[in-house]
Design a protein around this ligand. Structure first.
Ligand SMILES: [Zn+2]
Length: 129
């Protein structure tokens, strides 16, 4: 299994979705989903990585749950043989994805720290999985 993330190439930070996926399944997905980056304001596409980048922030639980449903619908769409069924799953996936984006809270980074430093501090406080 690999981790689904949105990576910011401008700041070298990453948003973790909290979701894991088989790389082979990910490659079969038709949709590419983008998130507007909290760090630089540009849109970044999702990708899968074996290792989580050093500085990474986790999405909220509510957003992760919506994203999980979106991913499931995307996977169903990729498997669908019937064009109407595929279109239905793609619509559902898009709807869940928009819900995920809406639910995710902005980061409250500690004053005086850059986003990168703030995320490293935050990671150190998290217990090891
Ligand atoms: Zn960015």
């Amino acid at each position: 299994m690999a981790h689904l993330i949105f990576r910011c190439d401008q700041t070298n930070l990453a948003m973790m979705t909290g979701l894991e996926i088989e790389p082979a399944v990910f490659e079969r997905l038709h949709a590419t989903r983008f998130v507007q980056c909290r760090f630089c304001g540009q849109d970044h596409a999702w990708e899968v990585v074996e290792r989580i980048p050093e500085a990474a922030a986790l999405m909220s639980r509510g957003a992760t749950e919506c994203l999980r449903r979106s991913l499931q619908s995307d996977a169903n769409a990729a498997r669908a043989v019937d064009a109407d069924v595929r279109a239905l799953y793609e619509r559902m996936a898009g709807r869940w994805f928009r819900q995920a984006i809406k639910r995710d809270q902005p980061l409250d980074l500690e004053p005086g720290l850059t986003a990168h430093e703030g995320l490293l501090v935050r990671r150190e406080r998290l217990p090891d999985p």
